[in-house]
Write a protein that binds this ligand. Structure first.
Ligand code: NAD
Length: 272
């Protein structure tokens, strides 16, 4: 496998990882996708998307053909890149708490690989994790398995993903914002520089924060969106009982908020 020129690696070729990999590669950034699922890797290497998402197939085929995207189940390839994104699943357990088993395994595997690496390596937690996970579990597992220290030989950032299934490629190409949660300037600078390379003059607002704030804003966004859906459904139920009232128009009217109580200064669209 040609990995010499690779710049980034992504561990977990599921929805988020694969769409992220395809879009990075589409902008000329060499990307290695890593997954433990061999069938999935085989498919990706053939340029075939293992999941349905508009634009993904063509983008993937192109990236593989141009050798900008390679896929492997060998995590040691990550050492040949300078930044690794963790995009493994973080499912909820029956009691509602987060299952960090995939994160722990992936972090440990990565740390073992980085043990012998010379030079700085940035690890970016893109999976959705509860506040404190990056600086807690991930940091602990990474430092133990690599025998290195975060802040000197290793960088660690939380960088939540806001794309949604069904428009994932478009969302990844045109995000509203990028949240970079870091403990130090070096890791934040490296990640921001990577996004600047990706988006060029169309770089969206980059919000710099602590890892914990980055982790929380993802949950807060999800909760806010769920609240909005639930709210407008309640209004729709009321509207249905009143002749001549259209809930779509109601929603758009609420969104027209000149005093910016609902949307920030720079926002020009309607939320609903
Ligand atoms: N799907 C979405 O719309 C979406 C949007 C935003 C954020 N997220 C978050 O992003 C994360 C990933 O979600 P997803 O939907 O892409 O998950 P997914 O289940 O589709 O994919 C996870 C992938 O990780 C692989 N994996 C598991 N352990 C591994 C290991 N040790 N090494 C290498 N690969 C491994 C699995 O084989 C799988 O292919 C989750 O935290 C999720 O909450 C998802």
């Amino acid at each position: 496998m040609k990995t010499k020129t690779a710049v980034i690696s992504i561990v977990g070729m599921g929805y988020v990882g694969l769409c992220t990999a395809a879009t990075f590669a589409s902008r000329g950034i060499r990307t290695i996708g890593i997954d433990i699922d061999e069938a999935r890797i085989e498919q990706i290497r053939k340029g075939k998307a293992p999941l349905h998402e508009p634009q993904l197939d063509g983008m993937l085929k192109n990236a593989v053909k141009k050798k900008l995207l390679d896929a492997t189940n060998d995590i040691s390839s990550a050492a040949e890149t300078n930044t690794t994104f963790l995009t493994v699943g973080t499912p909820s357990q029956q009691n509602g708490s987060i299952d960090l088993a995939y994160i722990k395994n992936a972090t440990e595997d990565l740390g073992n690989v980085l043990r012998e690496k010379r030079g700085y390596h940035l690890v970016v937690v893109k999976s959705t994790v509860v506040p404190g996970t990056t600086n807690g579990t991930v940091k602990r597992f990474l430092e133990q398995s690599s025998n290195k220290t975060i802040g000197s030989e290793l960088g660690l950032c939380a960088n939540p993903e806001f794309l949604k299934e069904g428009s994932a490629i478009n969302d990844a190409l045109h995000p509203d914002k990028i949240v970079v949660g870091s403990n130090d300037k070096r890791s934040a600078t490296q990640l921001t520089r990577l996004y600047r390379q990706f988006y060029g003059s169309k770089l969206p607002p980059v919000i710099l924060s602590s890892p914990e704030a980055a982790e929380l804003v993802k949950y807060a966004s999800n909760a806010f969106l769920a609240t909005k859906v639930s709210f407008i459904n309640t209004i729709a139920n009321i509207a249905q009982q009143i002749p001549g009232v259209d809930v779509g128009t109601m929603a758009e009217t609420i969104g027209l908020d000149a005093n910016r109580r609902i949307v920030p200064e720079s926002w020009t669209g309607i939320w609903w």
